[in-house]
Design a binder for this molecule. Structure first.
Ligand code: ADP
Ligand code: ADP
Length: 222
């Protein structure tokens, strides 16, 4: 589902953020991406989401080489990849419902179908009752779950999460990971970047570790 072949990402004046990265993730795997701050985790996720392009090497998602993807196919690719961020990036002047509906509204899906899918996504993260609230009325953990509902509402086969529990206490972090583990059982491929080593060690999933832009360990499937 996701394949990196000798991938480098160089920022001018900063050197290589990623060097010679090779790995493959199968459909339905749940994988942690770990390493200290600055190791290259966000950069790696941004390459998969096609928010950036590699300086060298190939990134393949679902058999398609992102380096040669025609410009007109980029929106389609982005819909295949749901992204979850640490700061969840919710619109504070819109309701929970509208925040989750956003990715569907731009696709031109019929409003009845949007309503059905948004409710299903909110139900999956346990927030159906909060649909009419605004994000600021929610706790940090609830806000993060809205971000997750928004990422999964378009039913992308791939979910990427960048420090999804960065601002949460250990109990809430565990809840978020239990939520991710449920997606794994419906065949979603998940890659979760985190520097919470304790959390990674407490849950048995394949773990890729970056150190200064190099892939220094891959535990393989547990
Ligand atoms: P992590 O997510 O593991 O904290 P990042 O991928 O954010 O690491 O960063 C890896 C390295 O690349 C860091 O040295 C960072 O400063 C650098 N970097 C990331 N994005 C950019 C950018 N847009 N321009 C220049 N340097 C960047
Ligand atoms: P994260 O919490 O995901 O590691 P960062 O602080 O590394 O986030 O990056 C946040 C944003 O700033 C990203 O869009 C990244 O590209 C950019 N960025 C990170 N490091 C640098 C840098 N050294 N120079 C320019 N932009 C950077």
């Amino acid at each position: 589902m996701i394949r990196f072949q000798n991938v480098f990402k160089r920022y001018p004046e900063r050197g290589d953020a990623l060097s010679a990265i090779d790995f493959e993730i199968q459909t339905g795997e749940m994988v942690f991406l770990t390493g200290h701050s600055g190791a290259g985790k966000s950069t790696l996720l941004r390459l998969i989401g096609l928010l950036e392009r590699p300086s060298r090497g190939q990134v393949l998602v679902n058999g398609r080489n992102l380096g040669t993807l025609p410009r007109r196919d980029i929106p389609h690719h982005r819909r295949q990849v749901g992204m979850i961020f640490q700061d969840h990036r919710l619109l504070s002047d819109r309701t929970v419902f509208d925040n989750v509906a956003l990715p569907l509204v731009v696709t031109g899906i019929h409003s009845k179908e949007i309503e059905r899918r948004v409710r299903a996504a909110l139900d999956q993260v346990g927030l159906l009752a909060r649909a009419r609230a605004t994000p600021l009325a929610l706790s940090g953990g609830e806000q993060q779950r809205v971000g997750i509902a928004r990422a999964l509402v378009g039913r992308p086969p791939v979910l990427l999460a960048d420090e999804p529990t960065g601002n949460l206490d250990p109990d809430l972090s565990r809840e978020i990971f239990e939520l991710f583990e449920r997606f794994k059982y419906v065949g979603v491929t998940l890659l979760i970047a985190t520097h919470d080593f304790e959390l990674v060690n407490s849950r048995q999933h394949r773990t890729l570790t970056l150190d200064a832009g190099r892939l220094v360990s891959d535990t393989g499937a547990w």
